[in-house]
Design a protein around this ligand. Structure first.
Ligand SMILES: Nc1ncnc2c1ncn2[C@@H]1O[C@H](COP(=O)(O)OP(=O)(O)O)[C@@H](O)[C@H]1O
Ligand SMILES: [Mg+2]
Length: 629
């Protein structure tokens, strides 16, 4: 994604907050006008003081002017007092005595105090409103990111590492937040510069043009630095993502790492990345620290030129001392926001690198949903008694986005209540085949039908409603045991949940836990044994009461005793449901209605235990081996 693209997209997001931003802009305008007021008070007071100093009050009163918006300098002589704003010719004071002159000073102080107050209030509002916009935007982005991640098809998610995705949601959003946090100052700066430029142009065209000559080099400099900072930031963000990926992987697999005594290696890998990140960050720091002084030097060059020319005009009698000082302060006031913009550019470039990473996720397409309800075409079927759950594959082929064909021309038919066992060496495509049924994965060829309906047409709701999955890696969530069993079944009562755990052989051990069903499950079940987790997962599947059950090596990492318990509960679950079961232990599939032997993505043998034994093929061989063990 190119730079202008993520920039414009970012602006597009700001569009919904137009009102708040306009309000903040208005506040900035008030502040800028207040600032101009200061300049006027300063310049006019100096000129007035000069007149008062030399004036002889005994002879005649003195007239002084404030807030006259006339042009100054080269274009006009001091005497022409013509306001550029029609109907407003400033304020005029007639001073007859020295005492009255002192009173004027009081008035001036009151103005200054008033301006400070107004400026303070509007600066607060400006800052508050922009921060408000920032927070709203961050919340919205986080929510959208999470939504996109969760709704994305598995195929898309598989292309990213978990830690990387996580880091986009946290680190990158935070980096964007930093940029948004400083936008108040930028809004102010963006208002200041044009306001001051216009006022200065009106006041003295030639001096202003001279001052503006420094803008092109400034712009070039800010832009060049910005590009380099952005390039570096992109790499830094990527490394932050790498780091969080590594932390996630190592902490998840900490037992393995320790068993291999691989801690030093992992620590080395981590420090290598942090070291590299340090180097890049230093490079970015050098760039960021160099820019402000460079901007300063160029601005001072501009100011000095105007200073010199202004001095000459004062000596020449064409510019008053007061307005000479006033003009110089206006220029300084204009260069200060220019510096702010330059500095913001640094933060902005860093955060645009993050914005690119965020927009990548926001561009995820959602899982494609169908429009037909499962069983909608045969309303006569009564769900409770109807025999449904027939699964048919017709010449299905599948490949992952990255790789070669993983499943080739698979055809099979599993009728209601049947158990289909899938066996084959690891990598033969068993898991992929099972994952096609809930449409986690989509075949590129062929058709999968459930009760005669193409699953590609079905709504994901109605399809997945009828499918329960128990995998080797049991997934439990933070929450109580009861909440975990009831996950995805908000309508289930506690009694039903307990009935499901009884059937899953889980009730007894749950009761023995400190708080029974209210016991908290931490960090996907670290406080439970493998068999216990598995039986909770089975209770969860039972409570769902699906028509189709998918068991992917549900018992393969259990010890014998838990396996026996889990087997017993699975047998209950499988009765009356169409079941696809993947198991390494042949003993668990002897009773299956069909056994499919997969090899390199193809079904190479099919039949029942007895027919396959008679055939004396691969299954028979493996069975003999299994018995021999
Ligand atoms: N997310 C994935 N992306 C790319 N290839 C994958 C992915 N998951 C599995 N594969 C590949 O697909 C093939 C079948 O894998 P799988 O279905 O998990 O086999 P099994 O469950 O029989 O061990 C393997 O060659 C594996 O490398
Ligand atoms: Mg597998």
């Amino acid at each position: 994604m190119n730079r202008s693209h993520s920039g414009t997209r970012f602006l597009h997001y700001l569009k919904s907050y137009t009102f708040l931003i306009l309000l903040a802009t208005f506040c900035a305008l008030v502040i800028a006008v207040g600032e101009l007021g200061y300049v006027h008070i300063l310049a006019d007071t100096i000129d007035a003081l000069k007149l008062i100093e030399r004036h002889d009050f005994d002879r005649n009163p003195l007239t002084v002017h404030y807030f006259q918006l006339n042009a100054i300098g080269l274009d006009n002589t001091l005497n022409v007092q013509k306001s550029v704003i029609p109907f407003f010719n400033g304020l005029t004071f007639s001073i007859a005595t020295q005492k009255e002159a002192l009173r004027l000073v009081g008035t001036v102080l009151a103005w200054i105090f008033g301006l400070v107050l107004i400026k303070g209030v509007f600066a607060y509002l400006n800052d508050f409103l922009m921060r408000c916009v920032g927070l709203k935007l961050i919340v919205r982005l986080r929510n959208e990111l999470y939504h996109k991640m969760v709704m994305a098809p598995l195929g898309t998610l598989h292309q990213y590492r978990l830690g990387d995705l996580l880091s986009r949601l946290t680190d990158d959003v935070r980096s964007l937040q930093a940029a948004i946090g400083s936008t108040a100052g930028v809004v102010r700066a963006l208002i200041y510069v044009p306001v001051f430029v216009v006022v200065m142009l009106v006041r003295s065209f030639s001096l202003t043009i001279l001052a503006l000559l420094v803008l092109p080099p400034l712009g070039y400099l800010i832009n060049r630095f910005g590009q380099r900072i952005r390039r570096t930031s992109r790499e830094i963000q990527q490394q932050t993502a790498d780091l969080s990926s590594q932390v996630k992987e190592t902490l998840t697999g900490i037992e393995i790492i320790k068993s291999f005594r691989a801690e030093p290696k992992e620590i080395q890998r981590f420090t290598d990345t942090t070291q590299q990140q340090y180097r890049l960050s230093m490079q970015r720091t050098r760039l960021s620290a160099m820019l402000p002084p460079l901007v300063e030097v160029i601005s001072v060059m501009g100011i000095s030129t105007v200073f010199g020319l202004g001095c000459w005009q004062v000596i020449d009698g064409r510019l008053s001392t007061g307005w000479f000082i006033g003009y110089i302060s206006m220029i300084s006031l204009m260069f200060k926001p220019l510096r702010t913009i330059g500095q913001f550019n640094i933060v902005l470039q860093q955060s645009l690198a993050s914005a690119e990473r965020i927009f990548q996720i926001l561009d995820f397409s959602e899982e494609k949903d169908g429009s037909v309800e499962l069983h909608a075409t045969s309303p006569s079927l009564e769900p409770a008694t109807a025999k449904s759950g027939q699964v048919v594959f017709r010449n299905v082929s599948f490949r992952y986005q990255s790789g070669e064909v993983v499943l080739r021309d698979i055809s099979l038919e599993a009728n209601y209540g049947e158990t289909v066992a899938l066996i084959g060496s690891s990598g033969s495509g068993k898991t992929s085949l099972i994952n096609l049924i809930p449409r986690f994965l989509t075949p590129f060829e062929g058709q999968i039908l459930i009760d005669g309906q193409d699953i590609g047409d079905l709504t994901l709701d109605s399809l997945r409603q009828q499918i329960a999955i128990v995998t080797q890696e049991t997934i439990l969530f933070d929450g109580t045991v009861l909440e975990n069993i009831g996950y995805g079944n908000p309508d289930a009562t506690e009694t039903e949940a307990i009935a499901a755990s009884v059937a899953a052989n889980a009730h007894k051990f749950i009761q023995r836990m400190s708080k029974g069903y209210q016991t908290q499950i931490r960090e996907s079940g670290h406080n439970l044994s493998g068999g216990e987790k598995q039986r909770i997962a089975i209770a969860r599947a039972m409570l769902k009461d699906p028509q189709i059950l998918l068991l992917d090596e549900a018992t393969s990492n259990l010890d014998n005793e838990s396996e026996a318990l889990v087997q017993a509960s699975l047998a209950d679950l499988m009765a009356g449901q169409t079941t696809f079961v993947i198991a390494h232990r042949l003993s668990t599939i002897v009773n299956a209605n069909q056994i499919l032997v997969l090899d390199q993505g193809q079904i190479v043998e099919r039949g029942t235990h007895y027919t396959l034994l008679q055939q004396g093929g691969r299954y028979a061989q493996q069975y003999q081996l299994g018995l021999a063990k």
